[in-house]
Design a protein around this ligand. Structure first.
Ligand SMILES: C[S@@+](CC[C@H](N)C(=O)[O-])C[C@H]1O[C@@H](n2cnc3c(N)ncnc32)[C@H](O)[C@@H]1O
Length: 183
């Protein structure tokens, strides 16, 4: 256990040296800087044309994607009233488990390549809802893996594979994220 705490402290210090600050506890925001950067890197790698985030808070993830992939259209869905951290993306105030969400999101998912990120209250359900929109060349991912999504197999059962190319970065940063693409 001491080894894990030492590793976390080492990463904290590295992040402070690299970015000057940590973004861990922003209001309605949550990600560490390395996690936000990974969203941008993935959007850039796959040349994402559309990014959709479920449970986007004030838009830290949306902002990270727009920073590294400015051509990508970024839409977030958030059930509470938030003040977006900037204007480069859209935040729709909506419950992602409502029929209105499906109606709204169905107009966005045909823009490919598509990058979907789920960071809401029921990640397994969100991944399942959004999985039907993911095709070859698209990526879907989640935050708080495996803390909240404990079933290692269910995405594989739906015909996805883990995006291995990001696993080393995720391990190095002790990031709580996972990303999949269609097999
Ligand atoms: C951990 S925060 C996400 C922060 C965000 N991803 C970011 O980049 O800053 C989870 C968010 O999901 C929102 N949320 C929870 N249940 C929701 C629902 N059913 N529909 C839409 N948003 C929801 C919460 O209000 C909260 O802002």
């Amino acid at each position: 256990m001491n080894e894990i705490f030492a590793r976390i402290e080492e990463l904290r210090q590295k992040e402070i040296r690299t970015w000057g600050t940590l973004t861990t506890q922003a209001a309605l925001g949550m990600h560490r800087r390395c996690e936000l950067d990974l969203l941008g890197m993935i959007a850039r790698d796959i040349k994402a044309a559309q990014y959709i985030e479920l449970g986007c808070g004030a838009g830290y993830g949306l902002n990270a994607v727009k920073t590294l992939r400015p051509d990508c259209v970024a839409d977030g869905f958030e059930s509470t009233a938030v003040l977006p951290i900037n204007q480069g993306f859209s935040i729709h105030r909506m419950d992602v488990f409502s029929p209105e969400f499906l109606e709204r999101v169905s107009h966005l998912v045909d823009t490919k390549p598509l990058f979907v990120y789920t960071d809401n209250g029921d990640k397994r359900k969100e991944l399942q809802i959004m999985s039907s929109f993911i095709h070859e060349g698209d990526i879907i991912g989640t935050h708080d893996w495996p803390n909240e999504v404990v079933d290692e197999k269910f995405m594989l059962d739906m015909g996805f594979v883990v995006c291995d190319e990001y696993e080393e970065y995720i391990r190095d940063c002790l990031s709580l994220q996972r990303f999949w693409r269609r097999a």
